[in-house]
Design a protein around this ligand. Structure first.
Ligand code: FES
Length: 149
């Protein structure tokens, strides 16, 4: 290790120590910010966990979901999101955000920390969420949208 390396290492160590102190000092403030975010207007939390029905369940009508549109719905007591990327194609996803389980809005944006999801795939398009929204099976019975977990 050269003198120059030690200096950099010492600086990094000192910086890490300051960062740790800062993090500890701000720990309470961070917890408060997180608590506020959970209580912020528009933020929502999921209902008590209950498995969505496995059998096809009517959740809406094609008439209420135009091509290119998105909507919120419920599968049993589970909040879900619907999208209609093309005329004969409807997608359904869990509306429970994969970041910290807030309920994602009908526009596929999470009100808690700003994650956004692709309405056709459920993949995150903006963090902090890293995982896609789980997808459910969709079948159509005439104009009726049926979803099963
Ligand atoms: S819960 Fe954090 S972005 Fe959705």
């Amino acid at each position: 290790m050269t003198a120059s390396d030690r200096t950099l290492a010492d600086r990094a160590s000192a910086s890490a120590a300051v960062s740790r102190r800062t993090a500890l000092t701000l720990g309470g403030a961070t917890a408060s910010v997180v608590a506020l975010a959970a209580c912020a207007p528009g933020a929502s939390t999921p209902p008590a966990a209950e498995a969505p029905p496995a059998e096809p369940t009517a959740v809406g009508s094609l008439a209420d979901l135009p091509v290119g549109g998105t909507a919120s719905a419920e599968l049993g007591s589970t909040p879900i999101l619907l999208s209609r990327p093309a005329e004969g194609e409807v997608k359904a996803f869990s509306a429970i955000c994969t970041h910290q389980q807030c309920v994602v809005s009908a526009d596929f944006g999470c009100p808690c920390h700003g994650s956004t999801f692709d309405a056709s795939t459920g993949e995150p398009t903006e963090g902090p969420a890293m995982q896609p929204l789980p997808e459910y099976q969709v079948t159509l019975d005439g104009d009726t949208i049926l979803v099963s977990a």
